[in-house]
Design a protein around this ligand. Sequence first.
Ligand code: PLP
Length: 380
Amino acid sequence: MSSTSNHPIPSGLYGGRLTIDLDAISDNWAYLRGKLNGATECAAALKADAYGTGQEKAGQALFSAGCRTFFVAVPTEALALRQTLPDAVIYALDGLFPGTAEHFVEHRIRPVLGSFEEVVEWAEFCKVAGKSFEAAVHVDTGIHRLGLAPAEFSAAMNDPDLIGPFEPSLIMSHLACGSTPEHPMNDRQLKLFREITEPFPQFPKSLANSAGVLMGSDYHFDLVRPGISLYGGQAIETATNPMKPVAKVEARIMIVRDVPKGDTIGYGARHTAKRALKNAVVAAGYADGLLRRASASDEQSGGFGMIGGYKAPILGRISMDMITLDVTDVPEKLLQRGAFVEMLGPNVAATELAAYAETIDYEYLTSLGQRFERVYGPLT
Ligand SMILES: *Cc1c(COP(=O)(O)O)cnc(C)c1O
């Protein structure tokens, strides 16, 4: 919905604006790389449209900053990224979908082989082709999603019919509890990963997502795969977030109206005005990724927006296309029709909103704005 070919859509017609700061993404990448010793490569997770920030633009920015290895989820994302970055190393975390090896090879996409069957299929493809094509092997150290079970991993790695036709370009695993570093699962996964991969010192290894990078050098190995931290998110729940904010969502005021004391606001009539209120209705809703679970009611406060330094709490339910905000204490001059309210950004951290919505900032970022005007530039 960005623009029609000959007629760019005038800014004033958009209900909201999503601003993405690509320099902040690059700075965040450089910050994380600064945590590594020189031998460890800092890659980047670019899946889900670079966590909602735009795969193409974020990929170009990160490549310019020096990043050379990228992780996406599905093969279609990998194909799109190949168009953007002809020289990058691209891994597809979801691995090899059946019967598709030729497409991976054609576009130089490396599958992260996540099951014994996938390893067999890739090895057979390489054997028939008479050439070893690059792929990672994923070993499960406890998250029980993708990855060969430890015993399967050892069996595969020691089978000359499998490892021989191809040689893993990376051996990796994924942390289940990185967001809580004190969780004993982290140490357990680290030990198990070391133990199972030790017999194969010739292959590069990777364990860390963003949280793993921040947890320290024990977790770094040869390559790290941060995602959320690049996009300003909070990888570790209990620490202050060192990353720069990357995205700002603003929604336009359509109307400011009075709500008499005792009247209710929004669908379901779940939120009663405890005093006479002034209410601003803005043109963004859950269809724009402002999650409905951050709604407010008489029982529960919800999320909020910010206008010129003033906090404007959400009133009532978040609708598909609009949100009502309490602006009773906001000066009149900030409440012009058409003015923008920050709904997420430097002053409204996704992490903070996520607490109201009982989710994580990952969900906020990846849900954002197909309907907003998209602007790349500084957030101020
Ligand atoms: C998404 C993902 C990452 C990046 O995780 P963040 O928590 O966003 O840093 C790394 N590795 C794997 C396997 C992933 O699925």
